[in-house]
Ligand binder design. Structure first.
Ligand code: COA
Length: 173
């Protein structure tokens, strides 16, 4: 199992696999921005739409590979405002359902954190559905809970759920 950064061309080359991963994640009930059932064409278009952000340096995307198969991904989103260059948002951490529970999510999280620190980012933040399995991962990885926003986003079935905001200070390298 390896993790690899995807430039814009690599992301486009892997967009089909990333779309399959997104469809699987939504089908599994995770709140990652989409309602179920997620159409693969929509998922593919969404990933292809990320390439411009990667090329511009606004997004950094990693894929976890088992052999040549994409089994997980994570993204860092960098704000473009001059007063926010020290921080980034961690988004779309996803592991395929058939690859979960083997440390892959934690490895992707560590990859993103280390890359952020190496890039001079000193503050990471994220939101995740309250009481989701991901919460335990973030807490055990040293993330601090900032608070809960009720009715923040609809889960894949369309029911509004609360989200928990997390942040983590990094040491710039
Ligand atoms: C959250 C997610 C990325 C974890 O991926 P994973 O590869 O299964 O995670 P790991 O095997 O690295 O486990 C890391 C930790 O997460 C926690 N965890 C993982 N799955 C869990 C579950 N089903 N229930 C409770 N805790 C769980 C555990 O604390 C685990 O640490 P441990 O090994 O010390 O017990 C994966 O479940 C996923 O893709 N979920 C759907 C998408 C999602 O919710 N993403 C987060 C959006 S912000």
């Amino acid at each position: 199992m390896t993790t690899t950064g995807l430039d814009a061309a690599a992301l486009l080359g892997r967009a089909g696999e990333l779309a399959d991963l997104l469809v699987d994640t939504v089908a599994g009930g995770a709140s990652v921005g989409f309602l179920a059932p997620l159409d693969r064409t929509e998922a593919l278009a969404w990933w292809e739409g990320r390439a411009a952000g990667v090329a511009a340096g606004h997004l950094a995307v990693w894929a976890a590979l088992d052999g040549d198969r994409v089994t997980g991904t994570v993204t860092l989103a960098f704000p473009d405002k001059p007063n926010s260059r020290h921080r980034a948002e961690l988004v779309k951490l996803m592991v395929h359902r058939d690859a979960r529970g083997k440390g892959l999510g934690r490895r992707l999280l560590t990859t993103a954190e280390e890359a952020a620190a190496a890039a001079g980012v000193t503050l990471l933040h994220l939101d995740t559905e309250t009481d989701s399995p991901a919460e335990r991962l973030y807490r055990t990885a040293g993330w601090a809970r900032a608070g809960i926003i009720p009715d923040y986003a609809a889960d894949p079935s369309g029911v509004l759920r609360p989200t928990t905001l997390y942040y983590k200070h990094l040491s710039a390298r």
